[in-house]
Ligand binder design. Structure first.
Ligand code: ZN
Length: 380
């Protein structure tokens, strides 16, 4: 596994620390390893550990080998011995709780001399390695002089004791500790901001707010923070709850906004349909005359059918025709019929048949109006 610092580098940086700093790092690392040992054992034995439990409490549930201490001969020395005789720098003092007997082992021998499975020991040692990496992260920051300024965070309640102690000793923080503080600060700032907003509410509004279920409160707070207020509703719109919220100066919820939007849409649609109806009524006489003329096939000298060939028609109107085609599912019933008639007219023209150009232009104009489509130049 990758290491941040070599053993020599660790020893060198450690030697530059004050006695208190060194003691803190060693103690912290040892405590973390004891905790890790118990945690892995508890997981293997299926024991449920609660966050609130102390090390001793967890230990009392474990009727097996526990880690008592880790002895260190110091860099370059091997002053300890495993039960099997191997010389060691680090000796792991473990106790068999059933037999109440204590032994000193090297880490590679841990599973040889105990009944702990190799898998379990591997998990423990992986955990130890991560703890060593964290120690190295701190030492590397010491080496680079990366100290942490706790001042902006001091108004936070519940800063973990270990962080305060670490900073007071002039030791850097781990990145994960910095993230932890940052998260706590964001939570704190959010809470303060919410408090400020709620304090600014009128007393009736505040009372109403307190009565809402949690999810509603959260949605409202979010809207108040982002200043997402709707102050006006469309004329004719009626909803008691919405009126009440508006009178209290509270933001409307998503469901209210949807209600208003639906109302708007309906109103717009009705208006458009009304216009469409008026237009169709206006053009009706002309349209009927054209249809009659086509049906009877009579071309009079008073209103001659304009002459156009298929190629010219395509050149003039293909953009408009394509646009209508793309939106044909939005056509009104009346216009849908006209559109179908236009298509068959064009087909006839292509096959050399007769074509009523003015009727074509009239109907295309109406369709464009209904679909809000830009008309080509020849349609004006
Ligand atoms: Zn051994």
């Amino acid at each position: 596994m990758a290491k941040i610092l070599t053993e020599r580098e660790v020893s060198e940086i450690m030697s530059q620390l004050s006695v208190e700093q060194r003691k803190f790092i060693l103690e912290n690392s040892k405590q973390s390893k004891k905790a890790k040992w118990l945690e892995v054992l508890a997981i293997f034995k299926g024991i449920d550990i609660q966050n609130t439990m102390t090390l001793e409490e967890v230990e009392s549930y474990i009727d097996d080998w526990v880690l008592v201490d880790i002895l260190d001969s110091g860099y370059g020395n091997k002053n300890y011995q495993c039960e099997c005789g191997n010389p060691l720098r680090y000796q792991y003092i473990v106790m068999n709780k059933k037999k109440q007997m204590t032994f000193g082992f090297g880490k590679t021998c841990l599973s040889n001399h105990t009944n702990l499975s190799t898998e379990l020991v591997k998990d423990i040692l992986n955990g130890f390695h991560k703890i060593d990496l964290e120690r190295d992260e701190i030492l590397l920051k010491v080496f680079k002089g990366e100290l942490f300024n706790l001042k902006p965070y001091l108004n936070l309640e519940n800063i973990p004791q270990v962080i305060i102690e670490q900073v007071n000793l002039g030791l850097p923080l781990l990145n994960k500790q910095i993230y932890q503080l940052e998260e706590m600060k964001q939570e704190y700032d959010k809470r303060k901001c919410h408090e400020r907003i709620l304090d600014g509410l009128k007393s009736e509004a505040r009372l109403a707010f307190e009565g809402f279920p949690k999810p509603v409160q959260q949605e409202m707070l979010r809207k108040m923070v982002n200043n997402e207020y709707i102050r006006n509703v469309p004329t004719g719109f009626q909803d008691d709850e919405i009126e009440w919220l508006l009178s209290l100066g509270l933001p409307l919820l998503e469901k209210h906004q949807r209600k208003i939007f639906t109302y708007y849409q309906k109103q717009k649609l009705e208006k458009e349909m009304q216009q469409q109806l008026e237009l169709e009524e206006y053009y009706a006489p002309y349209r009927e005359k054209n249809i009659t003329r086509i049906n009877s096939g009579i071309a009079t000298h008073i209103s001659p059918i304009s002459v156009i060939d298929y190629q010219t028609l395509k050149e003039r109107h293909s953009t408009t025709l394509k646009a209508i085609h793309a939106h044909q599912d939005r056509l009104s019933t009346g216009n849908k019929k006209e559109w179908e008639r236009i298509i068959s007219m064009i087909r006839q023209l292509k096959e050399g048949g007769e074509f009523d150009y003015s009727s074509f232009k009239l109907n295309i104009n109406m369709i464009c109006f209904q679909l809000h489509i830009e008309r080509d130049y020849y349609l004006y």
